[in-house]
Design a protein around this ligand. Structure first.
Ligand SMILES: [Fe+2]
Length: 294
């Protein structure tokens, strides 16, 4: 049986129609992976997966990232990343290790830009929804690249961008303390080509709020370029906005898609559970430096 899907927008996002039992067998995994790379984001309504089922589905699609196993004082409390399920919450009681970084989720970003090989994909499901707001948005860095004029594509090929934690977080918390800023700065930076030449043959922009500056470019020019590309890449025509319902499952291709959480009420109980699939290819630019067009 072919996988049934409908396009949610012309350039990004498809909804698949699949029963939970069929999803769990893994028989559709190759189709789902192919659709994921083609469409950037996939949603399935009414999946109602448990944590274990989320892990099981993730394992049909790739190499599940296992977080550090930690136990609370009672010996049984599950913390972030245990057995591959990350609890995404701004409540430090829910996620003691990572909640203090997750406010950055409100800005457009790719996950793992500090790694040589960022995660391939994430699976995301609501555990507790916010009272209001809290949609998740996805933006296609493939489509944004494809639509650039040829001379600009050519110019971007030679550029390398430095990604930093403080670039990712400071715009989301400009009233941070000096101590907080110092913690962000203590994380290693990572340089990546601005244009990713995927093994699939596709290309995408490696764009994220973590993009601090273009190596070797004047600071003002670098700032303007990265800002302009971010505005370009997040136009409505490249984005899909998902309004969550209980039981939903969303999967996105983190290598070619940015995501963000839209605002929700303060002190919200909002909690999502996420499985991450390890990356399968490092970010690779053009094989050779690309000559300027004559
Ligand atoms: Fe994220």
């Amino acid at each position: 049986m072919p996988l049934t899907s409908i396009e949610l927008t012309p350039r990004i996002g498809s909804e698949i129609k699949l029963g939970k039992a069929d999803l769990l067998t893994g028989q559709y995994a190759p189709n789902i992976r192919a659709l994921l790379v083609e469409r950037g984001a996939i949603v399935l309504r009414g999946a109602h997966l448990s944590d274990q089922e989320l892990r099981d589905v993730a394992r049909t699609l790739g190499d599940l990232r296992l977080g550090a196993v930690k136990r609370g004082a009672d010996g049984a409390t599950l913390h972030e990343g245990e057995e591959g399920v990350l609890k995404v919450s701004l409540d430090e009681k829910v996620n003691p290790d990572y909640a203090r970084f997750l406010f950055g989720n409100h800005l457009w970003h790719m996950d793992g830009t500090y790694e040589e090989t960022p995660p391939f994909a994430s699976l995301f499901m609501p555990y507790r929804l916010s009272r209001e707001g809290g949609d998740t948005m996805f933006a296609s860095n493939y489509a944004a690249y494809d639509d650039l004029p040829d001379d600009e594509k050519h110019r971007l090929e030679n550029l390398t961008v430095v990604h930093t934690m403080e670039a990712a977080l400071f715009p989301a918390k400009r009233n941070c303390s000096l101590e907080e800023f110092a913690v962000w700065q203590s994380y290693p930076n990572r340089s990546h080509p601005l244009v990713w030449h995927h093994k699939s043959g596709r290309k995408s922009l490696v764009l994220s709020t973590s993009a601090a500056y273009v190596e070797g470019m004047h600071a003002a020019e670098s700032h303007d370029l990265l800002q302009r590309l971010m505005v370009h890449a997040t136009q409505d025509k490249y984005t899909y906005r998902h309004k969550w319902q209980p039981g939903d499952l969303a999967i996105w291709d983190n290598t070619g898609v940015m995501h963000r959480a839209m605002p929700f009420e303060e002190n919200s109980v909002r909690e999502f559970h996420r499985c991450t699939l390890n990356g399968e290819e490092a970010i690779t630019g053009a094989d050779q430096p690309v000559a300027e067009p004559v």
